[in-house]
Design a protein around this ligand. Sequence first.
Ligand SMILES: [Zn+2]
Ligand SMILES: [Zn+2]
Length: 357
Amino acid sequence: MKSKAMVVVEPGKMEMKEFEVETPLKGQILLKLTTTSVCASDPKILWGHTPYVAFPVIMGHELVGQVAEIDQEASDHYHLKRGDRITVEPMIPCGHCQWCRTEFYYHKCRPMRVYGLTLTADQPPFLFGGYSEFMYLLPGSLVHQVAEGVPDKAASLSSVIGNGVRWVKTLGQMTFGQSLVISGVGSQGLATLIVARECGVGPIAILGLSRDDARFKLAKEFGVDFTINIEKEDPLKVVPEILGGFPDVVVETSGVPSAIQTALNLVKPIGRVVTIGLSGGKETPIQFDLLVAKGVTLLADHAQAGNVKDAMRIINSRKYAIEKINNVTYPLEELPKALEETAHPPDGFIKGAVVFD
Ligand SMILES: [Zn+2]
Ligand SMILES: [Zn+2]
């Protein structure tokens, strides 16, 4: 059996290659991929603009597939059999270091082992990324079962919804009845919204731009209370009017430096601002005095360590049409186009996914 895979052979250069598929070794799972959603970081990984990336690499870390073959030891460990549908966390923790002994911080484990990023395609068994028909899962991988009837396009977002859990629950420490402003209405913003709804957080307002029409529409389907186009309305004026005051928490997902300052202006005194968007190395000026005067708690993090279990409960519940976030699909051959559209979204684009038949 052979597997086609899109390999980034060097920064900026991608080639379709074919690999021989072997029986998985001790503790390994061979996964037949069904859907891999395209992360906003993938175009940056392609061009080598991300720390930790090693080449040649098969990218793709937001994925779901079916167990094609499984070694007995893995089968016993995970209680899985051939045909089961699973999603896997991007990161493989070592399981022994001080970080791996924590519940929520195993993403600090070093050296970092991440599918589609650090595990290269130049050593057997080669296939460690989601833009491939098959891939191997190594011992120590964190896998989660997908319930029957859950669309692959929803299950592939396990780590993205996991991020939402991190911003709302782990970092935001939000609870029923607290108010929230989400800055940015991309997949991170939408994931934050879904998790906030699940926690009974409200009212919720989401901030975006004129080009975010399709995203605003989906946010309304997911139950947001207010959408604010910041090109037309000043959030500092509108938010206190519609929420009846300043929000308990602001989650800033865009990474735009001015948006971080807006978040600090918006949050109520003693509130929390969760910043997750990366600005690509730009310096971010903020009024530090305001931070002190308001007693704002500023939090920053990435990843979803310890949060995917909750995400899978939400995805498997089918309470939200999460698959609608992946509103553009591509065959594997069109990965270059998928990456281009992710980096420069055309009208109506929310998020792309590579779908296998
Ligand atoms: Zn990602
Ligand atoms: Zn570790």
